[in-house]
Design a protein around this ligand. Structure first.
Ligand SMILES: Cc1ncc(COP(=O)(O)O)c(C=O)c1O
Length: 378
């Protein structure tokens, strides 16, 4: 029996909600399910103003539109991230400035930020890798000193906390993902949470193709028109209906993932004696059990372990191919230092299957990882 890396879960009333949305004959965006999801996300993310989007990619693009990036502007971000973090910058004609990550949390290294700041820097994007928040107090202090905007790429981080505060409440804006690989899903999906009041009104407009349609629907203006730059970032009510079914089971989903994550951590902790690295969560943070990764002792051993697991029918993919060294990243970006940690980690990291209801599968994964790790590294 094959064990995939991810199984998109249906956990509750998703189908009933979709049926209900169809019955209500309201399928475009911003109906009752969108509103219900936004209220839930806002609650989980510390109370900011939430706008549902069709992806985290869209939410990141909105954030870069909202800060009015222009060609020549620079945005600091880790090289060890998904392409959407950087594309949002490049789509505005601006320059992504890649910095290294910390070897312990794999989040952007806040100590590298000062050196990366230039007269053109406008923003820092803090990726909360594996659902573990970056060092936000340090990043916000640097941003305050230099008049920069901090955006959280919280794609993976719903429900995580930093010094008791929720992911999504830690920057001026935060982008979440509900892609089918995330903890809470709708196939494709996302949200932008806006905390800084400067961006709240415009965020609505940018999401509605640059029109003030939302104000019109609220009765705040008597006709709606084109008032700003924007695009179509709303998801359909069908997508929101599925997502709402997931949010109704949010605690059960998080608990289940954390159980599998903790089981991996306990059962595989002994791999450290064979030279493997395991995830580390600082005391002042909580993560959300989004990713369980291993860092193999060498790149060769990582590739062999992935191949051996694949031969057993178990998918344990690596990521990310560093953006600073990707063909397009080299063309449009700028790097600070040699990004040695990024290069090293991305050559040695693999992720274990982790999804809602992974329990039994995880036991087999643990057994096979030990088997191969002993042969390869013992
Ligand atoms: C860190 C990060 N940012 C952005 C994204 C993009 O999310 P989406 O697929 O919802 O556009 C992802 C997706 O995996 C991600 O991991």
């Amino acid at each position: 029996m094959k064990i995939p890396f991810n199984r998109p879960a249906r956990v509750g009333a998703e189908i009933e909600h979709i049926r209900d949305a169809i019955h209500r004959a309201k399928l475009s965006g911003d109906g009752r399910y969108t509103a219900a999801c936004q209220a839930e996300i806002s609650r989980l993310a510390g109370g900011g103003n939430c706008l549902l989007t069709h992806s985290c990619t869209a939410a990141l693009e909105m954030s870069m539109l909202l800060i009015d990036l222009v060609p020549g502007d620079e945005v600091i971000l880790p090289s060890f991230t998904f392409v959407s973090t950087a594309n949002a910058v490049v789509l505005r004609g601006a320059t992504p400035v890649f910095i290294d990550i910390r070897p312990d949390t794999l989040n952007l290294d806040e100590r590298a930020v000062e050196e990366a700041i230039s007269s053109r820097t406008r923003a820092i994007v803090a990726v909360h890798y594996a659902g573990l928040p970056a060092e936000m107090d340090v990043l916000n202090a640097a941003a305050d000193r230099h008049g920069l905007v901090v955006v959280e790429d919280a794609a993976q981080a719903i429900g995580a906390t930093y010094r008791g505060r929720s992911a999504g409440s830690l920057g001026a804006m935060a982008a979440f993902s509900f892609h089918e690989t995330k903890n809470v899903i709708s196939g494709e999906g996302g949200a932008l949470v806006v905390n800084d009041p400067r961006f709240v009104d415009r965020a609505e407009i940018v999401r509605e193709k640059g029109t003030n349609r939302r104000q019109f629907l609220r009765g705040a203006v008597d006709k709606y028109t084109w008032v700003d730059i924007g695009s179509s970032y709303l998801p359909s009510e069908l997508v929101a209906a599925y997502l709402y079914g997931q949010f109704e089971q949010f605690d059960a989903i998080q608990q289940d993932r954390m159980q599998t994550w903790t089981r991996y951590a306990e059962a595989l902790g002994g791999l450290e004696a064979l030279g493997f690295g395991l995830p580390h969560c600082p005391d002042h943070c909580t993560h959300n059990g989004h990713i369980f990764y291993l860092i193999a002792p060498t790149a060769v051993l990582r590739d062999r372990l992935i191949a051996a697991m694949k031969a057993d029918g178990i998918d344990t993919p690596f990521h990310y191919v560093p953006l600073h060294d990707a063909p397009f990243g080299r063309k449009v970006g700028r790097s600070i230092g040699d990004l040695a940690v990024t290069d090293d980690i991305s050559s040695r990291l693999l992720r274990l299957p982790l999804y809602f209801g992974a329990g039994e599968d995880a036991e087999r994964v643990i057994e096979r990882v030990w088997h191969h790790a002993r042969l390869l590294a013992g």
